[in-house]
Design a protein. Structure first.
Length: 213
């Protein structure tokens, strides 16, 4: 698949590198693409660096959102024609101290952060994944054949569910499907499974026990 990485720091850099290693075509992007050249070089022949605009214009199959939450509104508005009917995988988290008022609004709202993203990127299909596990575990625990960590995820429809699951498995993590985007509250900052890096059964047990109440 062709995967556009929107924001290529701790999260986007690691995930893009893993996907390139797994054989996907990876477009690392940020507002300063000249700073991403060494990342793209290290990721190998399947990866390249470019600006955000070029990434959206490159007709990728999937876009990973791995930039600060506060950029969602602008990106959603500017590139709505380019990402229409594509899959958006949202790895962002709203942090008021970094993202300002919009993050506090979303944290206080009666919808989840991923529903906010889906509402903004409304011409795409949205899935939520990778936001609840620590950056160093995403970077260092991929491609394990045993003691795999589990990435919880949720998706808007069957196709986005299937593709997201496959992309998680391609980098050697296990998956735990949580449902649709209304079910992702437990992944949001300070909620039950936020920051948890666990094997499948332990994570499932935690999710099940939270959902019993
Ligand atoms: N760190 C974690 O443990 C963790 C775990 C899961 C999820 N997350 C979430 O994942 C996202 C990225 O976190 P990170 O730790 O990878 O951050 P990071 O290392 O600071 O990287 C952010 C990336 O986004 C780019 N960026 C910044 N502002 C942008 C904008 N307005 N438009 C487009 N790109 C922009 C940055 O490059 P330029 O400034 O050059 O554009 C950089 O490439 C955040 O929403 C974070 O909450 C973080």
């Amino acid at each position: 698949m062709k995967i556009g990485i929107i924001g290529s720091g701790n999260i986007g850099g690691s995930l893009g590198t893993h996907w390139a290693k797994a054989g996907h075509e990876v477009l690392f992007s940020s507002r300063h693409p000249e700073e991403l050249q060494s990342l793209a070089n290290a990721a190998g022949n399947n990866a390249q660096a470019m600006g955000i605009k070029e990434a959206f214009e490159a007709n990728a199959d999937v876009y990973l959102l791995a930039m600060p939450f506060k950029a969602i509104d602008d990106l959603a508005k500017t590139y709505s024609a380019q990402y229409a009917n594509k899959l958006i995988i949202d790895a962002t988290n709203p942090y008021p101290e970094r993202d300002g008022e919009i993050a506090q609004t979303v944290r206080d709202a009666n919808y989840t952060a991923s529903e906010y993203t889906a509402m903004k990127f409304s011409s795409a299909k949205t899935a939520k994944a990778f936001n609840s596990i620590k950056a160093e575990h995403l970077r260092d625990r991929a491609f394990r054949t045993s003691n795999k960590l589990t990435i919880p995820y949720a998706a808007q429809d069957l196709e986005s569910r299937y593709v997201t699951k496959q992309l998680i498995e391609d980098m050697g993590f296990e998956t735990l499907f949580l449902g649709n985007l209304t079910d992702t509250q437990i992944m949001d900052p300070e909620q039950a499974i936020y920051g948890k890096s666990l094997p499948h059964d332990e994570l499932k047990e935690m999710v099940d026990s939270v959902r019993m109440y």
